[in-house]
Every structure is written in C-alpha cells, then in structure tokens.
Design a protein around this ligand. Structure first.
Ligand code: SF4
Ligand code: SF4
Length: 73
C-alpha cells in the first residue's frame, strides 16, 4: 500500500475532447484508452490520483475526484 489516496471518479468532458491522446501517454497506470477519437476510462480502479492527466489535458476535459473529498463533512 504505497498510496492511500483513492479515486472516486474520473470525469471526462467528452464534448471538449479533441482526441490528442496526451492523457493516454501521461497516465502511469494506463487508465485511459482512445475510442473513436475520444478518451475513455478503461481502468478507473488503477488510478493513483497523481493528477498528471488533469494537468496535461490541453482542453481541460479531465477532472479527478479523490475519494476523500466525498468523506469531508
Ligand atoms: S490521476 Fe494519474 S493515475 Fe489517475 S488517471 Fe490521471 S494520470 Fe492516470
Ligand atoms: S488529453 Fe484531453 S483532449 Fe487529449 S485525448 Fe485526453 S481528454 Fe481528450
């Protein structure tokens, strides 16, 4: 258990995605794939919430929602 942060959700604003595949390249856990020139999530459970994809997407399509946010009261 090297990372205690967990992912709640990966949101992709598909309508903004231009299919550049940068997210596929930067993700260290191969969470994304391309389908019909749009990014899709293929393995959300593998996400380590590193934030690289959010920072790298030139069109602000990606939103990583860590699980702890949902636990804050
Ligand atoms: S936050 Fe990191 S591990 Fe999770 S999908 Fe983005 S690049 Fe991949
Ligand atoms: S980096 Fe952004 S625009 Fe490029 S494929 Fe991924 S979600 Fe789409």
């Amino acid at each position: 258990m090297s990372n205690s942060r967990k992912i709640k959700e990966i949101r992709i604003r598909t309508e903004w995605c231009k299919g550049c595949a940068i997210c596929v390249d930067v993700c260290p856990k191969n969470v994304f794939a391309m389908k019909r020139f749009k990014a899709i999530v293929t393995d959300q459970d593998a996400c380590i919430v590193c934030g690289r994809c959010e920072e790298a997407c030139p069109d602000f399509c990606l939103e990583i929602i860590p699980d702890e946010l949902s636990q804050q009261e």
